[in-house]
Design a binder for this molecule. Structure first.
Ligand SMILES: [Zn+2]
Length: 406
């Protein structure tokens, strides 16, 4: 289907992108079904498919496992699918607690994954470390150069993904730096930079085998809090790529100062993991207070794990802090749902490992919905996975470099 004002080669390229994307999402699928779904002619599909089969990015097989015998006899239809080993990508998350790295094929199957201590807050040191970690992995796994599509890097904060620039993050020494171009230079391969919650949503869209609607929100609670929006398979970035930074919505005027945005009383300052540690430390007593203090600052996630354990043991002081935190998280989530009315919200966070926090989040959210009842929006808790950010970063590269670069 040639759009007005689009040259013929560009129209062909756009068709290829559409065809590849559909086969990626719905494969194994027949050529006839691709033509029907896209409203393109069968010869258009066949020509593009032949090209992609010849270059190795697609494969075809006789049966998708559920095929009925052809009632008219004769040849069974051939199904098209993406060839998972036609390309490899690396995904990396520069998380506040650790750096995670994974090498995957086009379907997100992990070939290798690694976990490192968090990188230095010094920008140049961080670039050197990441360059070494990625180069080591590529060398060790002996990835064929012609099949390597690039590296996806994600981190919390306001990321201008088009330019590969960190506009604002907790690691203030990195602000304003062009991390994407800098790593591209040091690694000598394409590097894509994105926010760590947006890539999680892309990871779900691209790599998950669970069928979900193509429009959903991803609410992520860690040191920072963000909610990214996937709208018809497209991640919403806003004009300056800051969409989804709900952690810095002010929810309590004159509240505590936020370390990241420096305003008072934003959601992160009240309900982010740093805020939880601070509030618990100020109210806890005796043995538990001493134990918390004895855990060093290098063990921040151990501190949070310890607080979650105390909550499960019904420590009243810790439970009161958690209740207040989850109350704010639930109010914010209800506001988000009221504003955009998504069919589905995926929720991920250390805190949500405790059942009482999941229940309270649902309760507060449901109590504050407007015009919607709880059956009209699904809230799904994602299993805690240290590699979800790295996988999402890998999915970003598959989406941009394999599908969109068709
Ligand atoms: Zn803030």
């Amino acid at each position: 289907m040639q759009k007005k004002g689009v040259s013929l080669p560009e129209a062909r390229r756009q068709n290829r992108v559409q065809i590849k994307e559909l086969i990626y999402k719905k494969g194994p699928i027949t050529r006839t079904e691709v033509a029907r779904r896209l409203g393109l002619t069968l010869p258009t599909i066949t020509t593009s498919a032949q090209e992609m089969l010849a270059e190795g990015s697609l494969l075809e097989r006789e049966n998708d496992g559920k095929d009925e015998p052809n009632p008219r006899g004769g040849r069974k239809p051939l199904y098209l699918d993406v060839n998972p080993s036609a390309g490899y990508v690396i995904g990396l998350e520069l998380g506040p607690y650790r750096t995670t790295l994974c090498l995957t094929d086009l379907r997100g199957n992990t070939i290798h994954k690694r976990l490192f201590a968090p990188v230095s807050r010094d920008y140049d040191e961080m670039v050197a470390t990441v360059t070494r970690q990625v180069s080591d992995l590529l060398q060790k796994e002996d990835v064929p150069q012609d099949k390597f599509l690039g590296v996806g890097v994600s981190l919390p904060g306001f990321i201008e993904s088009e330019k590969g620039v960190i506009r604002s993050s907790m690691r203030t020494g990195w602000n304003g730096k062009a991390l994407g171009p800098d790593l591209q230079k040091s690694l000598g391969c394409p590097v894509l930079l994105e926010n760590n919650v947006r890539v999680r949503a892309i990871g779900v869209e691209m790599f998950s085998s669970v069928p979900r609607p193509d429009t959903f929100a991803y609410y992520f609670v860690s040191k920072g809090i963000a909610c990214s929006l996937m709208i018809q398979n497209d991640i919403f970035s806003g004009k300056t790529a800051g969409a989804g930074e709900v952690g810095h919505m002010v929810v309590q005027p004159y509240g505590p100062v936020c370390e990241t945005c420096h305003n008072r009383g934003c959601l992160e300052a009240l309900a982010g993991e740093n805020a939880i540690l601070r509030q618990c430390a100020s109210v806890m007593e005796n043995v538990s207070a001493e134990t918390l203090k004895s855990l060093s600052d290098d063990e921040e996630d151990a501190k949070l794990e310890y607080l979650l354990k105390l909550q499960r043991e019904n420590n009243p002081l810790v439970s009161a802090v958690m209740d207040n935190v989850v109350f704010h998280l639930g109010l914010a989530l209800a506001n988000i749902i009221n504003f955009i009315s998504p069919r589905l919200v995926l929720v991920e966070g250390h805190l949500m490992r405790n059942e009482q926090n999941r229940e309270r989040l649902l309760k507060v959210t449901h109590q504050n919905l407007f015009g919607l009842n709880e059956t009209e929006v699904d809230i799904e808790f994602m299993p805690f996975d240290q590699f979800s950010g790295a996988n999402g970063s890998a999915a970003l590269v598959v989406k941009k470099k394999f599908i969109h670069n068709a």
